[in-house]
Design a protein around this ligand. Structure first.
Ligand SMILES: Cc1cc2nc3c(=O)[nH]c(=O)nc-3n(C[C@H](O)[C@H](O)[C@H](O)COP(=O)(O)OP(=O)(O)OC[C@H]3O[C@@H](n4cnc5c(N)ncnc54)[C@H](O)[C@@H]3O)c2cc1C
Length: 333
């Protein structure tokens, strides 16, 4: 049930098709003093070899409700990429650069999913969720969701408190497709295609495929959890040290302003310069041959194999650059 395909079983498993099922699953687990894990599409998970000693609830609440003027209420169990396809076809701007991302709609607010210049924080207006603390369903507006880079209320302040059941989006009917990210700009500079919503979504999928970041049956490079490491944010003053460690000028080190006197570095660049290039092999685990940030299950890997490689990469980057890397996928069990 995960894209990485490692890890042990769940002790108990349930599928929630509506909000009543969600409340019932929580009650059932609480009564037995069991931990509960909420599963979406399983595309951002590293499940331990021991598995999960409690109840795993898969959110399968479907339904896309068109409220008019670009407003959509979407069940958390809808497949994200299918929703994007539907919006693009309907001429709704705002999620076209997020085509090809696996997982569920309910999973997107959790880490404020983003790619190619867009993130869901720009179009989510509110999230409906079951609050395990109060035992009530709540509606959280964008402000309350506290979206940041790969972060939100749902994976920081109180992780596992909220179970997302519906996400409401405000899209822009017939808006201009977004072409701001380097790869996407290059694609259209080199092609005669018009950069409309459909073509931008198609271009993004093509670019993702080239990087092994599109789930394609039988492609070992996509047996991953997507980007395994977040781009680290450091004090701007550290840039010089990183450049010196790589024996290059500061301008050569990929970096972007991150506010408050900080810069965001490229995890992929650091990892490659620390000696872990594309196609790196470590037993049954490895690095995608098309994307440095994706740790892959080369076939028959255990979670322990992936974690060993994670440890090697983190230690390598720390030793060479003094920069810590943070794992992006959620560890379960
Ligand atoms: C090939 C590949 C490419 C990827 N590319 C990108 C990318 O470009 N950008 C990006 O941001 N991410 C990317 N990802 C990561 C992943 O697809 C996203 O994080 C996705 O949103 C995860 O959703 P999911 O439904 O699969 O969540 P899961 O993996 O099932 O769960 C992830 C976390 O979200 C929680 N969760 C899931 N559903 C709910 C819910 N309904 N309520 C409360 N909590 C919930 C889980 O408990 C867990 O903590 C990629 C992954 C892969 C495998």
């Amino acid at each position: 049930m995960t894209t990485l395909g490692v890890g042990g079983p769940a002790r108990y498993f349930a599928v929630a098709e509506n909000e009543a099922d969600v409340a019932e699953a929580v009650r059932w687990a609480d009564e037995r003093g069991l931990p509960l894990f909420v599963l979406g599409g399983g595309s951002n998970l590293l499940v331990s070899d021991a598995g999960f000693p409690g109840l795993v609830v898969q959110i399968a609440i479907r339904g896309v409700r068109d409220r008019g003027e670009g407003r959509f209420e979407v069940g958390a169990g809808e497949v994200w990429d299918e929703f994007v396809g539907r919006m693009v076809t309907a001429g709704m701007q705002g999620v076209e650069c997020l085509a090809g991302i696996p997982g569920s709609v309910g999973g997107t607010p959790v880490q404020n999913v983003g790619a190619y210049g867009q993130e869901v924080a720009e179009t989510i207006v509110s999230v409906r969720a079951f609050d395990r603390k109060s035992g009530q369903f709540v509606e959280l507006d964008r402000e309350a969701c506290k979206f940041r880079y790969r972060k939100s209320l749902f994976n920081t302040d109180v992780p596992e408190r909220y179970i997302v059941t519906r996400v409401d989006f405000q899209l822009h009917p017939f808006g201009q497709a977004q072409v701001t990210y380097g790869d996407v700009k290059r694609y259209f500079a080199e092609s005669s295609e018009v950069a409309d919503l459909r073509n931008v979504a198609y271009a993004v999928r093509k670019i993702r495929h080239g990087k092994g970041m599109l789930i394609v049956e039988g492609d070992p490079d996509c047996r991953s959890a997507g980007s395994f490491f977040k781009n680290p944010v450091v004090e701007a003053g550290r840039l010089g040290e990183v450049a010196a460690a790589a024996a290059v000028g500061e301008a050569v080190v990929p970096h972007w302003p991150a506010g408050d006197g900080q810069v965001k570095l490229s995890a992929a660049w650091l990892i490659e310069r620390a000696g872990f290039g594309k196609g790196f092999v470590d037993g049954a685990a490895g690095i995608s041959s098309r994307h440095t940030l994706a740790l892959i299950n080369r076939g028959g890997a255990m979670a322990g194999d992936i974690e060993r490689l994670q440890g090697r990469v983190v230690a390598g980057v720390r030793t060479k650059f003094g920069v810590g890397l943070e794992r992006e996928p959620v560890k379960v069990g």
